[in-house]
Design a protein around this ligand. Structure first.
Ligand code: G3P
Ligand code: MG
Length: 228
């Protein structure tokens, strides 16, 4: 049976990648949330999808060129702010599973240490999964230790190409895009004793397809459309 993961919090119902969205995802029955991480100008890790703040806030500019204070002066929707990774782990980790997507290289080691700290504080390692499209970034995380759960986001990669990445870096999770995922990806995950999920499933047809594949996790913007 699959478990529902709120995508960017619960993007269909609340401003994406905000604490409000993470709370709402759990309130709506998700067992976990997915969100995106970047580094800002003053060095903090912040939770935002795009390279710039333009689409999701009333500000403008590149995240890497803005300080944390500047970023948090912007309205990310209904008065919400762009949260730090620390704030999201603190607020959301006690409630369920976090899929922490790293959008950049050079941040994996620091994220790995933060995840390890949360595990040391009592979180189960399987509830903090660091994912990325970037194998190099996942290697950075893996360099921290062998226990942290990591997973590859893939879009447009064949099963063989994903399999090749797995030769280089050990992972506990696979996350192929919904248009790519099929029985061969499921078999690959089983072979490596990995969980498997896909994104972003928002309508009945896509849901039926991925449901029949028997995935572990389905990422959605609209949990209400898929529950019941
Ligand atoms: O991590 C799964 C999914 O979020 C990847 O795509 O663009 O929504 O970050 P994107
Ligand atoms: Mg994402």
């Amino acid at each position: 049976m699959f478990q529902l993961i709120g995508h960017r919090g619960v993007r269909g119902h609340a401003p994406e990648n905000t604490l409000r969205g993470f709370k709402q995802a759990f309130d709506m029955g998700c067992v976990g949330v997915e969100f995106d991480v970047r580094r800002c100008k003053t060095g903090e890790l912040v939770v935002i999808h795009d390279e710039t703040v333009d689409r999701t806030t009333n500000g403008s500019g590149k995240v890497e060129m803005l300080s944390l204070a500047e970023l948090q002066s912007f309205d990310a929707g209904g008065g919400a702010i762009i949260p730090t990774l620390d704030a999201v782990i603190e607020a959301a980790s006690p409630k369920g599973i976090l899929f922490i997507e790293l959008k950049e290289t050079g941040i994996g080691e620091e994220v790995g240490h933060k995840v390890q700290h949360a595990i040391d504080e009592g979180a189960d390692a399987s509830t903090l999964v660091v994912i990325s499209f970037l194998p190099e970034t996942l290697k950075e995380v893996r360099s921290v230790n062998d226990a942290i759960h990591i997973g590859l986001n893939s879009e447009g990669l064949s099963v063989q190409e994903v399999s090749d990445v797995l030769e280089e870096v050990r992972m506990q999770h696979l996350n192929p895009y919904m248009k790519d995922v099929d029985g061969e990806f499921v078999a690959l995950a089983q072979k490596h004793n990995q969980t498997i999920g896909t994104w972003t499933v928002n309508d009945a047809n896509d849901f039926k397809y991925v449901y029949d594949l028997g995935l572990d996790f389905i990422f959605t913007d609209y949990p209400d459309r898929l529950i019941g």
